[in-house]
Design a protein around this ligand. Structure first.
Ligand code: G6P
Length: 528
């Protein structure tokens, strides 16, 4: 199994000026979510108005604040190229040209954003249906949550086809197409059929890959696996997901030959290279924002009635059943039972962002979380103290940075998670060096951070409670030693490192797969 090395760096992804793919004909990124969204009258925007292309109505643009879209945006700004994504903003159509394209960033157009339009029906089937009621629960091993209707798979095929067609439109000879995540499992195979042989196709799968035992429940599973084998390179966060993927190929794709040691699948005369590269965050940016977050903590305490000097535990998640929020609340409840000395002196702040709310499992989950918070608060609250502060409000970056910096301990307790970038964000923002990370053994980032974190089994509330107490009462030396180790790893494996590692792998694979794509090895026109 290959584990990519990447070039080590501690710099900020936002400041990068070159990458190993400089020199390819074109770079085409394809993802479900888009980097820029246009809205009428600032419906969800955080930026000032940029133009009035929508007629009389003011149009605002929502920009990437964090995550993959924020990290890749400067790469495309530098390299040029095209980003293909679902246009989900209400003014998106009004600002695009006849080819559904718009130059971005708005003030300095350096690459093309090509939007794919989805009707309500398409969205229901492809996004809410197959992506998030079949693949998401399956990949996170919540097989009981799987809801399937045949039209989900039909729409998934149809929409993957639209993304593939859009990508093929922009391919020019030696293009690199880089697909993102589980929404697009069939796209690589479709592009492979239509694009020139010289095109390199890579995909990064941001969620876990399930075991064959879970994957066998996947409707259309063999078709999906064959689609993914249209890639020259397939990336996962950790080795375990690569292994599980290769096992699924061996078990479900007749005719595919798997070299598990090298992480190569040979199928229909082509090779797919499978690599593990743990994704990171723009650590320098989180560090900087945390240092600048002055006064935000006091304002947050004032707004939510927290005693500013309390011991603070923090949770920050999408409101998703895989994140283990009810189990975390159970851990906090046991802690409150077993450590009465902390009553009045401790606050657990949980920020949850509602997500995929049209799906019944998400709605039920949100209701359960809210009712648990209420029940626990009713049980322990006094006239002037409430143990849990729960909010679903949008928190500006500065407030989030202040929370990360101030939290004595961060509770990251997913039941299963591809990587979990919140853990790394917390570490990068812990600029005072004395925060403590409680981390689920079931998060992908545990491979990288487990040595220095306080590891927990998220479902074992007794151990969870004892570990909260242990982290909060650890001496300063222990906390600082652990945080120093965590910060070293998070800065070493930041977003720029991840992108360099991925681009380095794409470049390597372009060279080694040249013969199977009909070109002679070492053909200089294929190098970058
Ligand atoms: C996960 C997925 C991403 C997705 C994100 C937010 O991290 O891997 O692809 O964008 O969740 O979910 P949403 O459904 O709102 O895009």
């Amino acid at each position: 199994m290959r584990h990519t090395d990447g070039r080590s760096s501690t710099g900020s992804g936002a400041n990068r000026t070159e990458h190993p793919l400089n020199g390819v004909d074109s770079l085409i990124v394809v993802s479900n979510r888009q980097p820029y969204r246009h809205e009428f009258d600032g419906a969800t925007a955080r930026e000032p108005p940029i133009d009035t292309a929508g007629g009389d109505r003011e149009v605002t643009v929502d920009r990437p604040a964090c995550g993959l879209t924020a990290g890749l945006d400067p790469v495309l700004e530098d390299a040029g190229g095209t980003w293909i994504a679902w246009g989900d903003g209400d003014a998106d159509r009004a600002v695009t040209d006849g080819r559904d394209c718009i130059g971005v960033p708005p003030e300095d157009e350096s690459y093309t954003l090509r939007r794919v339009w989805l009707t309500e029906e398409a969205l229901e089937g492809y996004y809410y249906g197959f992506s998030n009621q079949v693949l998401w629960p399956l990949c996170h091993e919540f097989v009981d949550f799987l809801e399937f209707r045949p039209e989900f798979l039909e729409w998934y095929r149809e929409v993957n086809g639209r993304f593939a067609d859009a990508a093929v439109d922009h391919v020019t000879g030696e293009s690199v197409v880089w697909l993102q995540d589980y929404h697009l499992a069939l796209t690589a195979g479709m592009i492979r059929e239509a694009a020139p042989q010289e095109t390199t196709i890579a995909q990064f799968w941001h969620v876990p890959w399930p075991t064959p035992e879970a994957f066998r429940h996947c409707p259309g599973g063999r078709e999906l696996l064959a689609g993914l084998l249209g890639n020259d390179l397939l990336g996962f966060h950790v080795d375990a997901y690569c292994t599980a993927f290769l096992e699924c190929i061996e078990r479900f794709v007749p005719g595919a030959v798997v070299d598990s040691r090298l992480g190569i699948v040979r199928y229909e005369g082509r090779e797919t290279h499978v690599v593990a590269t743990p994704m990171g965050v723009d650590a320098a940016a989180y560090d900087e924002r945390a240092r600048e977050a002055d006064g935000e903590w006091a304002a947050f305490c004032e707004e939510y009635g927290i005693s500013p000097g309390n011991a603070i535990a923090l949770g920050v998640d999408r409101l998703d059943y895989s994140k283990g929020i009810p189990e975390r609340l159970a851990g906090v409840e046991r802690f409150l039972e077993s450590a009465p000395g902390f009553h009045g002196e401790f606050t657990f702040v949980q920020k949850a962002t509602p997500s995929r709310t049209e799906i019944p499992a998400y709605e039920r989950h949100g209701e359960f979380v809210r009712s648990e918070v209420e029940r626990i608060n009713d049980r322990f609250a006094t006239a002037d103290w409430q143990p849990i502060v729960y909010t679903e409000a949008y928190l500006p970056e500065e407030t989030l940075s202040a929370l990360y910096r101030r939290a004595d301990t961060m509770l990251v307790s997913p039941l299963y998670d591809g990587m979990n970038l919140v853990a790394s964000e917390y570490v990068a923002a812990s600029v005072d060096g004395d925060g403590a990370l409680l981390l689920s053994e079931r998060a992908g980032c545990h491979d990288l951070l487990g040595t220095f974190a306080y590891s927990i089994d998220p479902r074992w509330d007794g151990e969870f409670a004892a570990t909260i107490e242990r982290a909060l009462t650890a001496d300063d030396g222990e906390r600082r030693r652990r945080m120093a180790g965590l910060r070293h790893r998070v800065f070493e494996h930041d977003l720029e490192w991840w992108m360099d590692a991925q681009f380095g792998e794409i470049d390597r694979v372009r060279r080694v797969t040249a013969p199977s794509r009909g070109r002679s090895p070492g053909d200089p026109s294929g190098s970058v």
